[in-house]
Design a protein around this ligand. Structure first.
Ligand SMILES: NC(=O)c1ccc[n+]([C@@H]2O[C@H](COP(=O)([O-])OP(=O)(O)OC[C@H]3O[C@@H](n4cnc5c(N)ncnc54)[C@H](O)[C@@H]3O)[C@@H](O)[C@H]2O)c1
Length: 283
């Protein structure tokens, strides 16, 4: 359950990339940031704003939305200038919650990827963070001591059947976090971290064919159970706050312990039951 009466982001200004609809991790983070006292601006691509529910959600919440394709530097420059005008100064925090794979969407398996799609996956899902940080650094758009968080997934470092070219994108994304974290930290004390989130039921999270089956397996294999979107939002808020002012260049696992577990008693019982039942059938 989320902490009540939170005001740890009081007086902070934020920019949130990637809220598409109510299920989006970015929407959960955005609403939690506002509950915790922040002033924020939202952004997504012009296409997403046409097709998704964000304009309506933002209007209901009284939030400004500025269109930006995060792969286009001119768009990012315009966004960072406009957001500073709306918010009244440089940002204290930025959430990068941006990903897409046309190979995944069009069911091209990893050994048969389309290379134009592959490059697009890397551009949208990893290089966009570099472009945002490079532009912000040039424009001094993030306040000294500010905080940037991106969302990643464990398949960056372990093989996961079906995750496809997004695994490569996440590996690159985590490398950008370390490299730009060092550079931006040295220059302006700005922190850059990645939250490695449990599989969550969102539009991007359900592009993968095996999602439903996998979600059940992961939940069973996590000592605390999988982390939902609200838990992701709470962790992001703490990373945007001053409480985590010395945490940077990290990949932080918000996954109920999944990434550190080989087998739980719960899953072992399921295997045992399955084997026992099979034995029954064969007898
Ligand atoms: N849902 C999960 O299971 C899960 C788990 C771990 C990490 N993540 C990561 O969390 C992030 C958010 O995903 P989500 O699950 O909330 O799904 P989502 O589909 O709601 O969010 C993805 C967002 O990326 C935006 N986007 C795509 N191309 C863009 C571009 N060129 N410029 C700007 N924005 C663009 C989309 O419009 C969308 O809003 C992604 O990086 C995803 O990989 C998701």
């Amino acid at each position: 359950m989320a902490v009540q009466n939170c005001n740890i982001l009081q007086g902070k200004r934020g920019l949130v990339f990637g809220a598409l609809d109510e299920r989006s991790l970015a929407w959960h983070v955005a609403t939690r940031c506002v509950e915790c006292g922040a002033d924020i601006v939202l952004t997504n691509t012009p296409q997403a704003l046409q097709l998704g529910a964000l304009p309506q959600l933002a209007q209901q919440a009284g939030l400004t939305v500025i269109p930006c394709d995060a792969t286009v530097v001119a768009d990012i420059r315009h966004l960072l200038a406009e957001a500073q005008t709306v918010l009244g100064g440089p940002m204290d925090f930025v959430l990068h919650s941006v990903a897409q794979s046309l190979n995944l969407r069009r069911h091209r398996t990893y050994e048969k990827v389309n290379y134009d799609y592959f490059l697009k996956t890397l551009d949208i899902s990893a290089l966009s963070l570099h472009k945002i940080l490079q532009t912000a650094l040039e424009m001094n758009a993030i306040r000294d001591g500010g905080s940037v968080v991106t969302l990643t997934y464990l398949a960056s470092e372990r093989y996961l059947y079906g995750y496809n070219d997004m695994a490569d994108a996440k590996a690159m994304l985590e490398s950008v976090v370390r490299q730009m974290g060092a550079i931006y930290g040295t220059a302006h004390g700005v922190r850059v971290n990645a939250v490695s989130q449990s599989a969550t039921n969102t539009k991007a999270g359900t592009q993968w064919d095996e999602q439903a089956c996998f979600a059940r397996y992961v939940d069973d294999l996590s000592p605390l159970g999988s982390a939902d979107a609200d838990a992701c939002a709470d962790l992001c808020v703490s990373l945007f706050s001053d409480l985590t002012r010395k945490v940077t260049m990290q990949t932080i696992y918000n996954d109920g312990g999944f990434s550190r577990t080989m087998l739980t008693g719960r899953l072992m019982s399921e295997f045992r039951n399955a084997i026992d039942n099979k034995n029954d059938i064969t007898q």
